[in-house]
Design a protein around this ligand. Structure first.
Ligand code: ADP
Ligand code: MG
Length: 393
């Protein structure tokens, strides 16, 4: 990576402001899933070992620039303290007198968590004065919030202007793994794209077509491709205004010699519901008023073979409506194939990550990206403002 990392900084006894992504789900006032907190532990523990004074800042949910008691970070502080086996001091504000006092009291090797940064309207506005107030709390800045690296906010971009700014260990790992796969992949390189819509991912499709050897399309977006090829998709989710984009992508794949795989059979259902009637049909037999909800078994087999024959696989977007058990089989088959790959396997995207975790193969993959939107933007080949803002090596 061409940016400074936390290990390039002298942090001993320094006040280190660390932007983390502790945007975790809460249930009954408790942290329901601590994955994102655990992902930041390597950086926090490193800083503590170096006797830094650690000041953590994160957002939680969408308070829209106002104080929302249900989005206070007290449960997060509690969970972090449990994980670190160490006291975590938490302030009820993000900047101001209370915080200045807490920072003054902070000793080397201690941890402070500031209140939800999005309680302040200056955060999302990337307000310079707010960024300056955050910066004034510390001697150096570390960004370890890969999940918000695609957002130019005060605590991700604004603050980096006023302090020596470096990447944390999670950010470094994400950028290195994703960057290596895109810049210098071991081949064959296959990308698997699914999920609901072409419109969400057309940038990813176009960028990956420049890089990969094969592109697998599944999920709802496959319907738009199939309709563009002239098939009648019944009542399936099809983006009529994206048919041209799909056609362009198919011609681009052909021109570049990229193998483009589309479903040959589909699971169709009368309703997208648990107890709906459903069946498998070839792509040219989707019944009127039925909806495609998953790739069919023949397609799943072909896709799995393509995946296991690859040395690098990047996957974003489930193959079907995997939230509903009977429509999860295509996604399950591909998750299994990913686990068998002898090479680099990367999964990014909120729902895709949830799917591979649910299917119990997460620990057999090379890398699970913690950033949904950020990893998509990276796969689009676009710069991430939160990374750009850091100092060059
Ligand atoms: P990710 O979060 O991994 O980037 P997306 O958000 O793009 O993935 O897509 C996930 C969603 O796509 C899931 O909610 C899933 O139910 C939906 N989906 C997948 N296949 C279909 C389909 N055939 N029809 C409608 N929705 C689908
Ligand atoms: Mg999603």
């Amino acid at each position: 990576m061409n940016k400074l990392t936390v290990k390039d900084l002298d942090v001993s006894e320094k006040r280190v402001l660390v932007r983390v992504d502790f945007n975790v789900p809460l249930e009954d006032g408790k942290v329901a899933d601590d994955t994102r907190i655990r992902a930041a532990l390597p950086t926090i523990n490193y800083l503590l070992e170096q006797s830094a004074r650690v000041i953590l800042v994160t957002h939680l949910g969408r308070p829209k620039g106002q104080v929302k008691d249900e989005l206070r970070l007290d449960p997060v502080a509690q969970k972090l303290a449990d994980l670190l086996k160490k006291e975590v001091v938490k302030t009820d504000t993000t900047v101001g007198e209370e915080v200045q006092q807490a920072v003054e009291n902070l000793q080397p090797g201690q941890v402070l968590l500031l209140e939800n940064v999005r309680f302040n309207p200056g955060e999302k506005a990337n307000d310079e004065e707010f960024a300056r107030q955050l910066a004034a709390l510390a001697d150096v800045y570390v960004n370890d919030a890969f999940g918000t690296a695609h957002r130019a906010h005060a605590s991700t971009v604004g603050v980096a202007k006023f302090l020596p700014a470096a990447a944390g260990m999670l950010v470094e790992k994400e950028i290195q793994t994703l960057g290596e796969a895109l810049q210098n992949p071991e081949r064959p390189f296959t990308a698997v794209l699914g999920g609901a819509k072409v419109s969400d991912k057309i940038g990813v499709i176009n960028n990956l077509l420049e890089i990969v050897d094969a592109l697998i399309i599944g999920g709802g977006m496959a319907n738009t491709f199939l309709e563009a090829k002239g098939y009648d998709m019944g009542a399936s989710l099809v983006e009529k205004d994206k048919l041209d984009l799909a056609k362009e992508a198919m011609s681009a794949a052909e021109a570049k010699g990229v193998k483009l795989l589309l479903p040959r059979d589909l699971v169709v259902a009368r309703e997208v519901a648990e107890n709906s009637e459903y069946k498998t049909v070839p792509v040219d037999r989707v019944p009127e008023n039925w909806k495609a909800v998953d790739i069919g078994p023949e397609t799943a087999k072909t896709y799995a073979e393509q995946i296991t024959a690859s040395k690098t696989v990047v996957w974003n977007g489930p193959m079907g409506v995997f939230e509903i058990e009977p429509f999860a089989k295509g996604t399950e088959a591909l998750a299994q194939a990913m686990a068998e790959v002898e090479g680099t396997t990367i999964v990014g995207g909120g729902d895709s990550v949830a799917a591979v975790e649910k299917m119990g193969v997460a620990d057999k993959l090379t890398h699970i990206s913690t950033g949904g939107g950020a990893s998509l933007q990276f796969l689009e080949g676009k710069p991430l403002p939160g990374i750009e803002a850091l100092r060059d090596k």
